[in-house]
Design a binder for this molecule. Structure first.
Ligand code: NAP
Length: 292
């Protein structure tokens, strides 16, 4: 089974649009998201455009603030301070990566945790770790769990989940979410020994490595649910000066071979990626409901 992230994201947006309408009618609150983009990285511009478009499509307010590549860290922090103080702003997202002269951790710490719709602030990671209410949870990990449930149903209790990757934005939070779902969770990383054997035990295998087609078919248990977070650009091959094939995006999983063995798999593109933006909208609505 191919787990269709585009379809799942579209369904989630329909649900969110209804909730946005209800919040407007009952409380007079229209959730609003402000995206801050520093510099003119082309990929970031595309991401921001998509976020803005999808935010307005479900009836929320979207604002975009652009600062030049040369903007200083203190200019950015001053901008964030204004947004923190502005009651009409429910969600603040600073598009990453930032130019090299700006320290990401300082910027993330400067966002009011109640408006931190990326869920990267230490207050939100702490709440997620403690299982406390009110956490805004990172978007990609939320998307991974929703997609796993598409195939497995809502009860993931007792399943063995193996997460490859331990980054703060994907690996660690997805492991914590799966633990909250009562999975038995193993986190693997670059120093893990016997990685193929560990992956073979997984009922749910989440790959968040950043290496093209890293997970091979003989690492995957028959019938497992495979969630591929990776987005890797593979350049076209040149043979004797002739371009063969085209540059393309591939995941961290050897999709063709693994799909012969597993029970369900997310494709790249069209799997986890679309869910990430849908979950950003979900967090913005959540922030407006909790703190607006
Ligand atoms: P990251 O910060 O680079 O983390 C990669 C993780 O993989 C690290 O924990 C690293 O281990 C581990 N790793 C690297 N080589 C390994 C190996 N040989 N064996 C086992 N583990 C290994 O990356 P990230 O930000 O988590 O992102 C991971 C992938 O997801 C990337 O392709 C990224 O583009 C993609 N992504 C997609 C979305 C989306 O919306 N679909 C969102 C975010 C990220 P160490 O900690 O030991 O170094």
């Amino acid at each position: 089974m191919i787990i269709d992230g585009k379809q799942a994201a579209a369904e989630l947006r329909v649900e969110l649009a209804l909730e946005v309408k209800k919040l407007k009618e009952t409380k007079g609150i229209t959730p609003s998201l402000t995206v801050v983009l520093v510099g003119d990285d082309p990929a970031s511009q595309v991401y921001v455009r998509n976020k803005v478009k999808q935010t307005t499509e479900i009836g929320m307010i979207s604002n975009e603030i652009r600062l030049p590549e040369t903007a200083s860290q203190s200019q950015l922090l001053a901008q964030l301070s204004m947004l923190n103080d502005d009651d009409s702003v429910h969600g603040i997202l600073v598009q990453l990566p930032l130019p090299k002269h700006i320290e990401e951790s300082v910027v993330i710490a400067a966002i009011n945790p109640e408006k931190d719709v990326d869920g990267f602030h230490a207050m939100n990671s702490g709440r997620l770790l403690n299982g406390e209410a009110g956490a805004l949870v990172p978007c990609t990990p939320q998307g991974c769990v929703i997609l796993a449930k598409q195939h497995l149903g809502d009860d993931l209790s007792g399943l063995h989940a193996v997460v490859i990757g331990r980054s703060n934005i994907v690996g660690k939070p997805v492991a914590l979410l799966l633990l909250q779902e009562n999975c038995t969770v193993t986190i693997a990383h670059s120093r893990t020994k016997n990685l193929p054997q560990i992956c073979q035990q997984a009922d749910i295998l989440v790959a968040a490595v950043g290496r093209a087609e890293f997970v091979k078919a003989d690492w995957v248990k028959a019938g497992a649910t495979v969630i591929d977070v990776g987005i890797n650009r593979v350049e076209a091959e040149f043979i004797e000066g002739q371009e063969r094939g085209k540059a393309k995006l591939v995941g961290d999983v050897d999709y063709k071979a693994v799909s012969e063995v597993c029970g369900a798999i997310t494709p790249v593109p069209g799997g986890v990626g679309p869910m990430t933006i849908a979950c950003l909208l979900k967090n913005t609505l959540e922030a407006a409901k909790l703190y607006g």
